[in-house]
Ligand binder design. Sequence first.
Ligand code: MYR
Length: 192
Amino acid sequence: DLQSRPMSRVVGPRSGDAIFASVERVNAELFTLTYGAIVRQLLTDLEEVDEVNKQLDQMGYNIGIRLIDEFLAKSNVTRCVDFRETAEVIAKVGFKMFLGVTASVTNWDADGTCCSIVLEDNPLVDFVELPDTCQGLYYCNILSGVIRGALEMVSMKTEVTWLRDMLRGDDIFELQVKLLKQVPEEYPYKDD
Ligand code: MYR
């Protein structure tokens, strides 16, 4: 309650933390709006929604293959022992680092090679409403591309598919991540 707090807390200069938080929020909003502008431009340029989906996926892939270095450097995660651990790292550490939200991992198949990453909160779609003409659009397709690209750089070939999408009327976002092939790590210096 306001009255019991010292006045400076209410009207005084904002703490560094508060300023940092508001800068972060503005950054996040700028990012969201910029992404929206990119999607809108692609829709104008490419006309076909399927082409836009492909292009967003490709953009994400190109980002993902670069992002993995930053991710590994900043996160201090060590190599995962299995795909289950990898999925948890993406959901809990990766999404937090790059989107500011955490996701959860569910729907594992029996052999541990296919799961769903579920997002209840997705900052990419703040302010977004799709017109009827965009029904087939996977607005967040950049994210599936990012994951596919990042995992490829750590020797995992995956297929990443949207199963549920709040912009399509679902209650959550659900990304299915399927491990297709784990390429064995090559020793970097060949003796021949
Ligand atoms: C390993 O298995 O050795 C660790 C690999 C961890 C891969 C984490 C990839 C992070 C991708 C972040 C995606 C964020 C999407 C917004």
